[in-house]
Design a protein around this ligand. Structure first.
Ligand code: PLP
Length: 507
């Protein structure tokens, strides 16, 4: 009987559905199947580990570890001196492994909103540093300092009295971090706030979703820069808002176009320090114009200040938030660009009266941000590492921007016209007349280069073709070699086109 069982087990082991899994896991699956299909019943004795090991040509340890696991899960009982037996199995433990798992078809089960989200593909971020990706250079980050600060924070929290870092934490964020953020914003960004008007979040993306659901109703209009940030567009669409595109020129969002383009708009989303994607800085006059619009219409200004720490040629213009005295501005900042995106820390500065609603809203999404990371960042800021890091990186990125522009001029100027970026980590480049954006992307992809495009950032039909290129993540040699490669690929294609047209003419 036990030999028959062992042979059956060997058959199941050979047929095992998970051939890449370790032998001990495959053996567990085979024994579970043996029990589920009724080949052995409660109280039946299983082959000894020695017998099974020798019949199945397995190491004894492999069999032992499978038996131990099955005992822990309640499938078998092991009695010292008498062997291993099939246990009295709780109903439900044996979901038939033969029944295939049927995954519901998304189109049949998703809500209308769910289908839209699925179709949009969401706003996934780039995860690795390749040429032209818009990321900070994470290689530069002082991880050793971060490690020491983390160790200190954990050491502090080891004391029983300080264990609160392991519990649920304040939905608004830790007070020490909010104080550091308030002091930094006052000193460097001209933002007027106190710590009790700041809510710490995981990302600006999260802030945009909260704003859209707390301040606007489905069907309300929101004005957006055209072209503009796709992450914001998707967050606002997801909240059912109507989006009114407002054009952008070299001075940022054209405020004069606001009343007509967004007559009904309850809010406007802007990236005034460094317009995404064009790089324009919103002029002071237009900032004041936006505030006048908000006051006159009781509208909201959503100011996304996502990378203004990196400004290379002049001092940054004060945030709109600092110019507003009517409490119409919601100011968003993130540590994704200035430090590193994996930190998942961002914040929103709110008019005082909105704080309770945002705190309540936050509890419905994910409660709060992980307190240990907040405590480490608070120490990083308090001890001067943050401002020192910004100063160092500003110099590095400025040099990279200059190198990037020079290399662009050498290699890519026949194809596109770059916009000189006054700050940030990326620049736009408009394609020259006659070039097809999708075709350039295809050629680049064939050469192994991912080329993010500009046209996808427009809401309306009138789009400008171009590229959006990150210059900060990689050293200048890698950036230049990618440009050279891209230039060769585009030239080859242009040469081939030219030849084809000449042949057609001569035929
Ligand atoms: C305009 C703008 N806002 C916000 C973000 C993202 O910030 P977070 O990572 O905090 O969502 C980005 C990132 O690309 C951005 O371009």
């Amino acid at each position: 009987m036990r030999r028959k069982t062992a042979l059956k087990l060997i058959t199941f082991l050979d047929q095992n559905q998970a051939p890449g899994a370790p032998l001990t896991v495959r053996l567990q699956n085979a024994i579970r199947r043996l029990i589920a299909e009724g080949h052995v019943r409660e109280g039946d004795r299983l082959p000894s580990s020695r017998l099974l090991a020798s019949e199945a040509k397995l190491a004894r340890d492999t069999v032992e570890s499978a038996y131990q696991q099955l005992e822990a899960e309640g499938y078998i009982e092991r009695r010292l001196g008498s062997g291993s037996f099939v246990a009295a199995i709780e109903p439900g433990l044996l979901a038939s492994p033969r029944k295939p798992y049927i995954s519901p078809k998304p189109e049949a089960v998703l809500s209308r909103r769910g289908k839209e989200i699925a179709q949009s593909g969401g706003a996934p971020d780039h995860r690795d540093a390749h040429p032209f990706v818009i990321l900070p250079d994470i290689q530069q980050f002082p991880l050793e300092t971060w490690r020491k600060l983390t160790a200190r924070v954990l050491a502090d929290h080891r004391q029983a009295s300080a264990r609160e870092a392991l519990l649920y934490a304040e939905p608004m964020g830790r007070a020490d971090l909010r104080q550091e953020i308030a002091a930094y914003l006052a000193a460097h960004r001209g933002v007027q706030c106190t710590a009790d008007r700041i809510v710490v979040l995981n990302s600006s993306q999260q802030a945009l979703g909260l704003i859209a659901t707390l301040l606007l109703d489905a069907g309300d209009s929101l004005a957006m820069e055209e072209p503009g940030f796709h992450g914001a567009r998707l967050a606002f669409r997801n909240a059912g808002l109507n989006l009114a595109p407002v054009p952008v020129d070299a001075e940022g969002l054209i405020g004069d176009a606001l009343p007509s383009a967004a007559l009904e708009a309850r809010a406007v989303y802007v990236t005034p320090s460094h317009q995404y994607p064009t790089g324009a800085t919103l002029s002071l006059e237009r900032r004041l114009g936006l505030i006048r619009w908000a006051e006159a219409t009781n509208g909201w200004i959503i100011e996304d200040d996502y990378d203004s720490e990196y400004r290379y040629d002049s001092r940054p213009i004060a945030a709109i938030q600092g110019l507003d005295h009517a409490g119409r501005v919601l100011y968003l900042g993130t540590f994704s660009k200035v430090l590193f995106p994996g930190i998942r820390l961002a914040y929103i500065v709110l008019p005082e009266s909105l704080v309770p609603a945002f705190v309540a809203g936050r509890t419905l999404i994910d409660g709060h941000t992980a307190p240990i990371a907040q405590a480490v960042l608070a120490a990083f800021m308090r001890e001067g590492h943050f401002t020192a890091y910004i100063r160092r990186m500003r110099e590095l990125y400025r040099a990279r921007r200059d190198n990037f522009l020079e290399a662009f001029d050498r290699h890519l100027s026949p194809f596109a016209d770059p916009v000189h970026p006054a700050g940030g980590l990326h620049m736009a480049a408009y394609l020259r007349e006659g070039l097809d954006e999708a075709e350039t992307v295809r050629i680049a992809a064939a050469a192994g280069i991912e080329l993010p495009t500009l046209s996808r950032l427009y809401l309306g039909k009138q789009k400008r073709a171009g590229w959006l290129l990150g210059f900060a993540a990689l050293d200048p040699h890698r950036a230049e070699s990618a440009m050279r490669q891209l230039s060769h690929a585009l030239s080859r294609q242009a040469g081939a086109e030219h030849g084809r047209r000449r042949q057609q003419r001569n035929a």
